[in-house]
Design a binder for this molecule. Structure first.
Ligand SMILES: Nc1ncnc2c1ncn2[C@@H]1O[C@H](COP(=O)(O)OP(=O)(O)OP(=O)(O)O)[C@@H](O)[C@H]1O
Ligand SMILES: [Mg+2]
Length: 321
């Protein structure tokens, strides 16, 4: 792999691993992110999302495996990579006692943007991210949404080819989250590849492709719609007047992976090897002397997430027993 050749892949990882003492935070991760796309990282707390991003940004050395970012090997080209990427960290990392403008000027300088270009770029970013009126305000006094827009602007000041966003919307309301995602699609349309970690299913579903992480391992990958389609008919719904009793009974039934209550309905996910999901659930209800109407339901990304994480957990329990 060379530095200069444009690659169809913005990120490529093979067996990427990071250990902290006896803990394996990222475990043999394989990944390919196409240039000009938005790729999502979905995973519970501690599943290794930030650790992986930090390795791609050249801030943390892998314990094993290889990865290239924009065609450059992360083990040898960390400095060159840092110049061409933007990184919005999980925790707000700008200076709270400087103003909006001072922060952008500072980041622009650190990133080596020439003075004239810096002024133009800052004007453009202030306009795009609706921060013109906040220019002279100390950052510590901004609202959560304004801080987030400023952090995004700061990550873009040197016009990076690749943007890493670590849970960028965790502190903002639903409307601001929607607006933020519109911004991401604009950035992507202009040719920047984006890797974004999230806990939100609706955000994960918007990504062109998605990696699901659990205990540092890749447990699901591909376009969200394909991952949902792969679930086939494994989701059924139960309408019943006794949802609590039915939930308890179905939890115990062999072949049932998860049961979630939504009002008076139960949303049930069955195991991959269960042949006839509706019949399985109907039988489990009958065996528990419960009355309910069972019908097939459309799976969603949350079902994919539960399927991969719960199935893994159950398999581990079985192994341990
Ligand atoms: N510097 C470190 N030293 C020791 N352990 C670490 C270090 N950094 C991360 N870890 C551990 O690695 C695991 C993965 O952490 P990481 O921050 O990557 O998870 P995450 O998926 O980003 O979680 P969250 O959704 O909570 O942000 C955790 O168990 C964490 O405690
Ligand atoms: Mg994290």
């Amino acid at each position: 792999m060379t530095d200069s050749l444009p690659s169809a892949l913005a990120i490529e990882a093979h067996g990427l691993t990071r250990r902290f003492g006896s803990l394996t935070a990222v475990d043999r991760l394989d990944l390919a992110v196409s240039t000009g796309t938005i790729h999502g990282f979905l995973g519970p707390n501690g599943s290794g999302k930030t650790t992986t991003l930090r390795m791609f940004c050249g801030l943390l050395r892998p314990s094993a495996g290889t990865a290239s970012v924009l065609g450059m090997d992360i083990a040898h080209k960390a400095e060159a990579i840092r110049r061409r990427i933007g990184y919005m960290t999980q925790r707000f990392s700008l200076y709270e006692d400087l103003t909006v403008l001072e922060n952008l000027q500072f980041v622009g300088e650190v990133q080596g943007v020439p003075a004239r270009k810096r002024r133009e770029k800052i004007d453009e970013l202030l306009a795009t991210y609706r921060l013109k009126d906040r220019c002279g305000q100390r950052v510590g006094t901004l609202s959560g949404g304004e801080k987030q827009r400023l952090a995004l602007a700061a990550a873009l000041i040197h016009e990076p080819d690749l943007l890493f966003l670590d849970e960028p919307t965790s502190a903002v309301d639903p409307q601001n989250r929607r607006d933020f995602w519109e911004n991401l699609f604009d950035i992507c349309d202009r040719g920047t590849t984006i890797l974004v970690s999230t806990h939100y299913m609706d955000e994960a579903e918007r990504c062109h492709s998605l990696s699901i992480l659990d205990y540092g391992q890749l447990v699901g990958s591909g376009p969200p719609r394909e991952q949902i389609a792969r679930l086939g008919n494994r989701v059924v719904e139960v309408e019943t007047d006794t949802p609590r009793e039915a939930q308890t009974a179905l939890h115990r039934a062999a072949g049932v992976l998860s049961v979630a209550q939504l009002g008076t309905q139960l949303h049930v996910l069955v195991a991959e090897d269960a042949a006839a999901p509706v019949e399985l659930v109907t039988r489990a209800m009958r065996d528990a002397n419960l009355i309910g109407r069972v019908h097939p339901a459309r799976p969603g990304l949350e079902d994919v997430f539960v399927a991969v994480t719960v199935a893994r957990c159950k398999a581990q329990h079985k192994e341990a027993a």
